[in-house]
Design a protein around this ligand. Structure first.
Ligand code: NAD
Ligand code: ZN
Length: 280
């Protein structure tokens, strides 16, 4: 198919440019819920099912959590039920593989808006969680950490021994991002030579601004998404389609190009990585 041939060429050119750029910095992957969609976790902007009944911008807010914690928890339990048992998909594994493939050349930092822990489950080692992790819980009054409440919990919201409402350690709309995560993310973008933007509509700030910062600093920006976003016409490469297909395809080209390099070139990569502190 002509379309497939063209895609293959573009993926190869993109992979080649990624490798050349990485001589000057690190690779940052900014990911969103689209990466986990094929693991069965619905994105916020998908239509149907959960979103016919809930609008996350109404229920996943700081204000709702204060004023209507039972409603927020009903929504959250439904989401947990859907996400139950989710496993990483080929897109998560491709990013983890990219990290080990590039090990001698550069560092890979994953900055994710997802709260599902699937990048870590797939083996990515440097993952910055901008919006927290839905596997952690704490009391809104005394701050004590709590285990995940059972999905079958009858009386919502779950409460701490002190009487306070227990909440997931995730960032709700209207809340600040965890400071450490944000400064680590900004620092990673400052060092980036390449940014992959995968499965995010880029409608949630300040996460989205990281993609534009990468562009501004002159990084090569490559987007993989099911549909176009405001970044699409600015990115150097935009691949439209499922992340579970396109990300492994891109990583495969990187693998091929690396294996075509001479042993002499590979030794040089290693030396460059050590000199720039890019390796471990
Ligand atoms: P979003 O719902 O705004 O956008 C998802 C994007 O992914 C869309 O542009 C869509 O076209 C694309 N997409 C859907 N399926 C895809 C696929 N298979 N391959 C490639 N792209 C695909 O999500 P967002 O940008 O991450 O922002 C929403 C907020 O919701 C974030 O703050 C995030 O924390 C939260 N959220 C997290 C999870 C999770 O942890 N898995 C799930 C839902 C929402
Ligand atoms: Zn408490």
């Amino acid at each position: 198919m002509a379309g497939e041939g063209q895609l293959s060429d573009r993926l190869r050119r993109c992979a080649d440019e990624i490798l050349r750029r990485l001589e000057r910095g690190i690779l940052v992957a900014l990911t969103g819920s689209g990466v986990s969609a094929e693991s069965g976790i619905p994105t916020f902007r998908d239509r149907g099912g959960l979103w016919d009944r809930w609008d996350p911008e109404q229920v996943a807010t700081a204000e709702a959590l204060q004023k209507r914690p039972r409603m927020v928890w009903r929504f959250f339990q439904e989401l947990r039920e859907l996400a139950q048992g989710a496993r990483p998909n080929a897109a998560h594994y491709a990013l983890a593989e990219l990290e080990s493939l590039l090990r001698a050349i550069s560092r890979v930092v994953v900055i994710t808006q997802n709260v599902d822990g699937l990048h870590q489950a797939a083996g990515s080692r440097t993952v910055i969680e901008l919006h927290g992790n839905a596997g952690r819980y704490y009391c809104m009054v005394c701050g004590r950490e709590h285990p995940a409440p059972p999905l079958t919990l009858g009386e919502l919201p779950p409460r701490c021994a002190c009487g306070g409402v227990i909440r997931p350690d995730v960032v709700f709309f209207g809340e600040m991002l965890p400071e450490d995560a944000w400064s680590e993310a900004a620092a990673a973008v400052e060092r980036s030579a390449v940014m992959l933007v995968v499965g995010t509509s880029l409608q949630v700030e300040p996460a989205a601004s990281l993609a534009y910062q990468a562009l501004q600093r002159g990084a090569l920006v490559c987007q993989i998404n099911l549909e176009p976003t405001p970044l699409s016409h600015l990115a150097h490469y935009t691949f439209l389609g499922p992340a579970s297909r396109l990300l492994p395809a891109l990583v495969q080209r990187v693998r091929e190009l690396l294996s075509e390099r001479t042993p002499w070139r590979r030794a040089e990569d290693q030396a460059t990585a050590q000199a720039s502190g890019g390796g471990d």
